[in-house]
Ligand binder design. Sequence first.
Ligand SMILES: CC(C)(COP(=O)([O-])OP(=O)([O-])OC[C@H]1O[C@@H](n2cnc3c(N)ncnc32)[C@H](O)[C@@H]1OP(=O)([O-])[O-])[C@@H](O)C(=O)NCCC(=O)NCCSC(=O)C[C@@](C)(O)CC(=O)[O-]
Ligand SMILES: NC(=O)C1=CN([C@@H]2O[C@H](COP(=O)(O)OP(=O)(O)OC[C@H]3O[C@@H](n4cnc5c(N)ncnc54)[C@H](OP(=O)(O)O)[C@@H]3O)[C@@H](O)[C@H]2O)C=CC1
Length: 404
Amino acid sequence: MSSAEELAARVREGEIRLHELEDHADADAAAAARRLLVAEASGADLETTGAYAFEAAAAEPNVENMIGAVQIPLGVAGPVTVSGGALSGERYLPLATTEGALVASVNRGCGVLDAAGGATARVTKTGMTRAPAFKTDGIVESEALAAWTRDNADRLREAAESTTSHGEVTDVTPYVVGNNVYLRFRYDTKDAMGMNMATIATGEACELIEAETDASLVALSGNLCTDKKPAAINAIEGRGRSVTADVTIPAAVVADRLHTAPEAVAEINTRKNLVGSAKAGSLGFNAHVANVVAAMFLATGQDAAQVVEGSNAITTAEVTDDGDLYVSVSIASLEVGTVGGGTKLPTQAEGLEILGVRGGGNPAGSNADALAEAIAVGALAGELSLLAALGSRHLSSAHADLGR
Ligand SMILES: CC(C)(COP(=O)([O-])OP(=O)([O-])OC[C@H]1O[C@@H](n2cnc3c(N)ncnc32)[C@H](O)[C@@H]1OP(=O)([O-])[O-])[C@@H](O)C(=O)NCCC(=O)NCCSC(=O)C[C@@](C)(O)CC(=O)[O-]
Ligand SMILES: NC(=O)C1=CN([C@@H]2O[C@H](COP(=O)(O)OP(=O)(O)OC[C@H]3O[C@@H](n4cnc5c(N)ncnc54)[C@H](OP(=O)(O)O)[C@@H]3O)[C@@H](O)[C@H]2O)C=CC1
């Protein structure tokens, strides 16, 4: 009997719990035993799931009850020239996706950006947020807590920053709703996406608040943060990185490479991305920014659930006085890191290496800024290509040819 079969037998007999297998064997054997049990229960053939190319132990901080790995095809778009605040030069953009035509589209967009001399990008605001919910006796006590927070900003900062050597508190804003008070802590988390960092730091600050006021903590996350849910506060105030990429494309390039005209792209953008989105009550005034955010998040080890916030983007397009096409994409809440989370996993770390932003930056925070700028440039390329495909009526034929 193999060690995986022996382990599986012990789970069947109730001697070991499924999630405790790593206490009795190395992580790869534990995953193999779970595959046997899951295959037996479901009838699924898990051979490919088990054919992963890294040591299971490397994924221990990232997943529980591991049975293997899902492989997502990885493509590249570019190279594209970026003139950013943190990222400069030519880069290939890694995109992990199962949507045929997506990489082709972003690749076309990158070619157009390069023909226009490259894209410009800047991070305009930084800050990961956590907003605990406190309960009070009523509005008098709520207002007192809000005032206490303002008066004790330095002590709150000191408590929170005692838990991290990188994180810095940049703001604590109280929001009062009757006998509920939400304190929205904002942190500069440098190269980390920062959700663990901000949560741990905020927990420490909450202990000070409970010790010194009559308010009681109901939930360390009170949903005004807002993490992993569509929320206007992120679109307005920003979360993670707020980042913009833009470009001005000569009309001749639009005609040659995108088979349309600046006027057509600008009109489609207004009627689709602005008016259509407004009528729909959408928070995303763009065509498919989430496509690039998701594909680059998967390729670089970001938290996939935060694609929700990454889709908070506005695309603008207008014809310049010279008859050329100006296009911009502003993503309000792009939550990215180049350390921590899934960024250490082997293929995801390679994805970061393709962009030249693996690990901590010098100065701290510059690598995460550079990653945000790369994603914004990819989103700009994708917006351009899709808007143009709608203009030249190529969307359905492109997907019939490449996406099926
Ligand atoms: C498919 C194209 C690019 C053809 O576009 P084209 O201009 O007919 O193609 P082309 O053969 O002339 O090639 C132009 C460039 O496209 C790239 N390209 C072309 N083919 C490939 C390929 N196989 N692999 C890699 N790159 C490719 C490549 O850069 C190439 O330049 P070259 O290198 O040859 O000088 C175009 O029609 C297109 O971009 N269509 C739009 C497709 C798209 O954006 N899909 C995104 C998903 S849509 C979605 O998910 C969301 C949606 C639509 O529901 C959101 C909404 O409501 O708006
Ligand atoms: N806890 C929660 O509520 C949530 C957690 N998550 C998960 O949180 C994880 C991401 O959290 P995150 O805090 O980013 O990552 P980690 O928890 O992996 O922590 C990253 C740590 O890296 C250290 N570090 C080293 N170099 C740097 C640098 N240059 N810049 C910044 N930090 C550096 C910091 O340590 P130090 O602080 O000591 O300086 C930092 O706290 C993901 O796995 C995500 O899925 C997602 C949503 C919610």
